[in-house]
Write a protein that binds this ligand. Structure first.
Ligand code: ZN
Length: 459
């Protein structure tokens, strides 16, 4: 009798010690939640793809037993990075024509190379190569604008990545859709297939205010509202764009023009915004239209410096993006992008305090999530959010010693310091080993495509 009571008592005791189970327990790291102070040593417990606990390891580890325990001592545990503007299949054009004028680069290289090479197979392999690169450097969500976007969605889903993936609308025959009506029909079918998916949000991607007519922009706006899906668009990237829009639209600037036709809203994501005026910044803040800042692309193409400090002060949502990796970056590394964003504001404002490591880390995580309308799901490490988590090695020579963990990540580490990437509770990379993408095959295909693309440009 006494023996039974003891057994029951000890069962009860262990049950209170380990009251709950988790699929994954990340323990002992410096947890940067982006929703409050850092926790060290901290733990994150994940169950069914959701974060079920975040807190001091001493508390969380006692409450949870996990099928998989990841020891993160000497590492930072951060929300997965959100690359809020890119064109991932363009990895296959990486470095094809650098150090040129934007129009020379576009009309003599990118457009002909796209016309001759971009098909479903091309975007499949380009996305696969990009997926390997993104997972390796800690990107868990990406916003994309390209052609055959349904195929990009399929690849992203297979790799386990989260995406807001925009199907292109443009006023000339595109590699996927030769006419405007084809693009609309494609979008409807794409939305039918993917709307409501746990990882993929289909989106509409009109190219820019100077490559899509007013009538067509209004059509896209109405279709987005009807389908309940976001819009991704390039806005105010270059001075050349300002000139073209002004000529066609009574001297208006691109942002003011878009507002005048009722285009802006909280479901619109504007890439670049380099030349937004103070008035446009106030308008974007009022309409809750977010901007994705792409500092490396803006530097590479000498587009200018987006006034993101002013945007943030005005209450605008701002995220970070790499832009496409062909002559306008040339990689998908969000750690490098954060450092570039910080340094570009400092030098352009002649003020080293213009922004901080913590601030650009915010842009690369919850800032991007807000811009994409995903702030309730991702962007911070909080109970109830989806488990998009990245672990960064802080013990490398290039990072040591660590006085400030945010500074260590942004200014000293790099994308290759990421060791583990988790999206929606699924481990996509563990200790540097990719688990969902055949990276070797993607790299071999990239080399094949290089020969094919070069040959196509000689014809
Ligand atoms: Zn772009």
């Amino acid at each position: 009798m006494l023996r039974n009571a003891l057994v029951i008592a000890s069962l009860l005791f262990s049950a209170t010690l380990h009251a709950e189970t988790a699929d994954i327990l990340i323990t002992g790291g410096t947890v940067i939640t982006m929703a409050g102070p850092n926790i060290e040593p901290g733990s994150v417990a994940i169950r069914n793809g959701e974060i079920v606990a975040v807190g001091p390891s001493s508390e969380v580890d006692r409450r949870y037993t996990a099928k998989t325990t990841i020891r993160a001592g000497g590492h930072a545990v951060v929300p997965g990075f959100v690359n809020a503007h890119t064109h991932v299949p363009m990895t296959l054009f990486r470095g094809i024509a650098d150090d040129r004028e934007l129009m020379d680069w576009l009309t003599n290289f990118i457009f002909p190379a796209e016309a001759k090479n971009v098909d479903r197979e091309f975007v499949k392999w380009g996305t696969r190569l990009a997926a390997a690169e993104m997972i390796r450097s800690g990107t868990t969500t990406f916003a994309d604008m390209y052609y055959f976007e349904a195929d990009i969605a399929r690849e992203a889903k297979a790799a386990g990545l989260r995406g807001v993936l925009g199907s292109t609308f443009i006023d000339f025959p595109a590699p996927d859709n030769k006419t405007w009506d084809d693009a609309v029909a494609y979008m409807r079918e794409y939305a039918r297939q993917w709307k409501g998916d746990r990882l993929i949000t289909p989106a509409l991607a009109p190219h820019a205010p100077f490559t899509v007519s007013t009538e067509h922009l209004k059509q896209v706006r109405a279709l987005a509202t009807e389908l309940g899906l976001p819009i991704l668009i390039h806005v105010s990237e270059t001075k050349n764009e300002l000139q073209q829009v002004a000529e066609k639209q009574n001297g208006m600037t691109p942002g003011a023009y878009l507002d005048s036709i009722g285009f802006l809203g909280d479901d619109v994501v504007a890439a670049h915004g380099v030349w937004l005026t103070p008035e446009e910044i106030r308008t974007f803040a009022a309409r809750k239209t977010g901007v994705t800042h792409c500092p490396e692309s803006n530097q590479m193409l000498a587009s200018g410096v987006a006034p993101i400090v002013d945007m943030i002060r005005a209450g605008m949502e701002v995220g970070l993006g790499t832009d496409g990796p062909a002559g306008s970056n040339n990689n998908l590394d969000m750690v490098e992008e954060m450092a570039s964003a910080a340094r570009l504001q400092k030098v352009s404002r002649n003020d080293p305090t213009a922004t901080s490591a913590r601030e650009v880390l915010r842009l690369a995580t919850i800032g991007g999530a807000q811009v994409l309308g995903l702030q309730d799901k991702i962007g911070t490490l909080e109970r109830g959010k989806r488990a998009d988590v990245v672990i960064i090695d802080l013990q490398q020579a290039k990072v040591q010693p660590v006085y400030s963990v945010e500074s260590a990540i942004v200014y000293a580490a790099s994308g290759s310091s990421v060791t583990t990437t988790i999206v929606d509770g699924r481990v996509l990379m563990r200790r540097g080993e990719l688990l969902t993408v055949d990276e070797k095959a993607a790299i071999a295909k990239a080399a094949e495509y290089r020969e094919k693309i070069l040959a196509s440009l000689k014809k």
